[in-house]
Structures are given as structure tokens and as C-alpha cells.
Design a protein around this ligand. Structure first.
Ligand SMILES: [Zn+2]
Length: 135
């Protein structure tokens, strides 16, 4: 099956694996931890948030821009093949993201999405995370 992947699919998968394993999530966790907040990982909460703060009723999702169709340069980069396939996939992700965020709203929880493209400026990100968690 793997051999039939297009270059686009493969690199998209690699991006996904990388982000799942390590970098973006880890960076956000390190920041949050360094700021002294306690959180839980990979909970069974709706949409499987990357970080969960039950007592505060808050969750954080770290989203890859391509996969979740972010309105930025990374998210707008069009795939070179199977355009329809990716468009459907990304549209489905966005629909699910919207449902998940509605779910938390209905339950009285707050939900923060950190985008891959926002990870470069860790100082700014740290301030955002802090004001979200303290609000
Ligand atoms: Zn982005």
C-alpha cells in the first residue's frame, strides 16, 4: 500500500507523524510545563486534545496547518496531485474540528487551537498560552 502513495501523500504522512511524535506538541507542552501548569496528555476527551486541564475546563489542540486547512501559507499550499482527495480530507478535518469546538462550548469548556505556523515565536505563543490558561 505504501508504494502507491504519491509524493504528496507521503510527505503529508511524514509531516503528520513528525507532528504526532514530537515537535509541535512537544514544544507546546514544554512551554506550558515551563510556565508551571499541570496538564494531561492524550486523554479520551472529545477530539483527543493534545493537552487537557480538567480543573480549569480547558483543552489545547495543536494542529498541522495543511491537515486542518489553516488560513496561512502552509495551509494554503496546494497539493500537486489528487487535489480532490486532499480537499475532501481537509474539509472533513475542518468539519470535525468545528464539531469538537462546539462540543466544548456546549459543555462550558474552553478550547484553544495552536497552529503549527504559530510555533516559531515561542515568546508570543507563551503569552497566548498563559492568557488562555489564566482567563
Ligand atoms: Zn498555519
Amino acid at each position: 500500500v505504501v508504494d502507491t502513495l504519491t509524493r504528496e501523500e507521503r510527505s503529508a504522512r511524514m509531516r503528520l507523524i513528525r507532528s504526532r511524535d514530537t515537535k509541535p506538541e512537544m514544544l507546546v507542552r514544554r512551554l506550558v510545563h515551563a510556565m508551571g501548569y499541570r496538564y494531561r496528555l492524550r486523554t479520551r476527551l472529545c477530539g483527543r486534545p493534545d493537552l487537557a486541564f480538567r480543573p480549569r475546563k480547558k483543552v489545547i489542540f495543536v494542529h498541522g496547518c495543511f491537515w486542518h486547512g489553516h488560513d496561512c501559507k502552509l495551509g494554503a499550499r496546494p497539493p500537486k496531485s489528487r487535489v480532490d482527495f486532499w480537499a475532501r480530507k481537509i474539509a472533513a478535518n475542518r468539519r470535525r474540528d468545528a464539531e469538537v469546538s462546539r462540543h466544548y462550548g456546549d459543555e462550558g469548556w474552553r478550547c484553544l487551537v495552536v497552529w503549527e505556523c504559530q510555533l516559531k515565536d515561542t515568546e508570543f505563543l507563551g503569552r497566548q498560552l498563559g492568557s488562555f490558561l489564566d482567563a
